[in-house]
Design a protein around this ligand. Structure first.
Ligand SMILES: Cc1cc2nc3c(=O)[nH]c(=O)nc-3n(C[C@H](O)[C@H](O)[C@H](O)COP(=O)(O)O)c2cc1C
Length: 172
């Protein structure tokens, strides 16, 4: 698939078929994240692949708006070693973006779930819930979760007309 088409086709998918993500497709998605650029090439990102239903359901409790985890067969928890790089959030975000595009290329759907700075309705930190479910050391900050799976239904792709050029300024 051409990059332009891949970018237009990428949409947030929150409903998935129960089928597992094919191993080869998952590997290609992970490769796209692992070779993403990082500041000073410090590569602080660590990705945890969760396919265990019980753990996925536990993670879904981290906050409202994480419902995609309830039917996703796979989730990539993208963490950054905050002791290794102060740019962990930026580095992980670039990796997540590359993985979302690679997912489209593999015929998969994905949805980015914000974890950092979010709380449950009763005030618990979403990041702490995820960190404790995965038994992660504190230095690993959670940049986000990417759900992955075969989309239950196709979503309308973007067209280039959706690009709002009012948000661009030129200084020539
Ligand atoms: C940083 C970031 C955080 C997001 N967090 C969530 C989230 O917590 N839950 C969710 O369902 N979607 C989340 N999304 C997906 C957005 O809602 C989605 O990208 C936006 O509505 C545009 O739709 P599209 O991705 O189909 O173009 C997030 C996206 C980004 C980039």
């Amino acid at each position: 698939m051409e990059l332009k088409e891949t970018i237009l086709k990428r949409r947030s998918i929150r409903d998935y078929l129960p089928e597992p993500v094919p191993e080869e497709a998952l590997r290609h998605v992970l490769e796209a994240g692992l070779i993403a650029p990082t500041s000073r090439n410090l590569r602080p990102c660590r990705i945890i692949v969760v396919r265990n239903r019980t753990v996925l359901d536990e993670l879904a409790k981290a906050k409202n708006g994480a419902a995609a985890l309830k039917c996703a067969p796979c989730a990539l928890i993208v963490t950054g070693d905050s002791e290794r790089a102060d740019t962990w959030m930026e580095d992980c975000s670039v990796a997540m973006t590359q993985m979302m595009l690679a997912a489209v290329d593999e015929g998969l759907g994905s949805c980015w779930l914000q974890i950092c700075m979010r709380r449950t309705e009763d005030g618990r930190s979403a990041e702490e819930i995820v960190r404790s479910a995965l038994k992660l050391e504190e230095k690993y900050r959670i940049a986000g979760i990417l759900t992955l799976g075969i989309p239950k239904a196709a979503k309308e792709p973007y067209t280039t007309a959706d690009a709002d050029f009012n948000k661009v300024e030129y200084i020539d």
